[in-house]
Design a protein around this ligand. Sequence first.
Ligand code: SF4
Length: 221
Amino acid sequence: MIDEKYLDEIFVSFSRTLESLGSPLPSVSLIAEENNDPYRVLVSTLISLRTKDSVTMEASKRLFAIAPDIQTLASLDSEIIAETIKPAGFYRRKGTDLKRIANIIIEEYGGIVPDELQTLLSLPGVGIKTASLVLNLGYGKAAICVDCHVHEIANRLGWVDTKSAEETERRLREILPMRFWIPLNELLVRYGQKVCTPVSPFCSKCPENGRCPQKGVQRQR
Ligand code: SF4
């Protein structure tokens, strides 16, 4: 288990650094803050995959304007969904997946977005990030959402030594005290966008510079 005092220090120092840099909340968190609706969290997280935050926000708003609930989403053609969320990455595929998901949730789950991890993972196009965010932001349930930023930073900080996001998620469940599970994703996603960036992190701006083992970092600024 990672020491809680150390984790508290990191959470405070990363948050303060982000505040000083004026970092915005990720689009999915903003959407969840406006409306803690699991349907909106599910749909906007799917749109966000391989898509810039600014595009996710606008594409989600356009889709929710014509499909404010899952029943309306199921009634739309997948081509219309795709055109509405364009230019989100893989918008055609996402249009098909969103239509199928809406139909499955209506037919098999009474129109209620499931609140159980394995059930969410069985939906088309839903991976561990999307499922965890729905549990996290949509239902307020403790889940660790691991995306590329969380995976990379957890490795750089030496918390885990893993090759995939799935492996990182499993390992973090074992070593991260539960009270950190929900806030972890939002903090590290923002930190990965602003400071601990993928190719060449800004270690000179990071309060952990000196204590962080910087595992796997080949270039830094
Ligand atoms: S010191 Fe560098 S590698 Fe470590 S967390 Fe900070 S920015 Fe990331």
